[in-house]
Design a binder for this molecule. Structure first.
Ligand code: AMP
Length: 237
């Protein structure tokens, strides 16, 4: 069998097994963004990161971006109504038809309620499956303060765990790496407070619904991704 035939079959199988809407939950720095990118490759469905969408709005200077910039700089949460509206617009895109990976949303119980009711009204859409990635506090702090991003291809590095080959520059396109303005120890503490107050209850909400799994995020990237895929397959069977 030719390899192009095999690839085509693989894509078709991928289409059949597209897992519907997946929520990646977890504290700042657990690796939601990194894992979402792995899962995009495995499932061929898009990543929807509210953090990335908001940063895009900030970069473009939209009205939403102007409102969100200071809130994000303080490590606080952007108001639910603004984030829900932004997600609603993104979910209208046709690439979400077979599923998507929501990364960083929902982050509050009202956002979860909004998403649950929206999905409940959509015929033929699989119910949501939520996966929470677990990593301990000190490890998160180390990851957050060591994180560096490529502004061109969005590859995520870490000066401690996954350094670029040439210090400060992207392996893929050679662009100078940047540190997110909110990836400092001080802002991290605020983001952890927001997580404990607003997002930890979201984890409990989905745990109580029974379509929920937890995976250990303190492992190599590919192992965590395999753990997430296995958990989703279990929950969907
Ligand atoms: P992230 O890239 O997911 O760490 O998000 C960066 C920042 O964007 C957060 O600290 C919040 O200020 C804001 N943000 C991202 N997603 C949400 C959300 N679902 N609700 C409210 N604020 C959000």
């Amino acid at each position: 069998m030719s390899s192009s035939h095999t690839n085509l079959e693989g894509r078709e199988q991928g289409r059949k097994t597209a897992p519907g809407p997946i929520l990646l939950l977890g504290a700042p720095g657990v690796g939601k963004g990194t894992q979402a990118k792995e899962l995009v490759k495995i499932w061929g469905i898009p990543q929807i990161s509210t953090g990335d969408l908001l940063r895009g709005n900030v970069a473009q200077g939209t009205e939403l971006g102007r409102t969100a910039k200071e809130i994000m700089g303080r490590g606080e949460l952007v108001p639910d109504s603004l984030v829900n509206e932004m997600v609603a617009v993104r979910l209208e895109q046709p690439d979400t038809a077979k599923g998507y990976i929501l990364d960083g949303f929902p982050r509050t119980l009202p956002q979860a309620g909004w998403l649950d009711s929206r999905l409940a009204t959509q015929a033929g859409v699989l119910p949501v499956v939520a996966v929470s990635i677990q990593v301990d506090y000190n490890q998160l702090l180390r990851r957050i303060t060591g994180r560096r991003n490529c502004p061109v291809c969005q590859t995520i590095y870490n000066v401690h765990g996954k350094p670029p080959k040439r210090d400060g520059f992207c392996d893929v396109d050679g662009a100078a790496l940047v540190q997110r303005a909110d990836d400092t120890e001080k802002v991290f503490e605020e983001r952890m407070k927001a997580y404990a107050a607003s997002t930890a209850p979201v984890v409990e909400h989905y745990r109580a619904m029974g379509r929920f799994a937890e995976v250990d995020g303190d492992r190599p990237i590919a192992e965590i991704a395999a753990g997430i895929v296995a958990a989703v397959e279990r929950l969907r069977s």
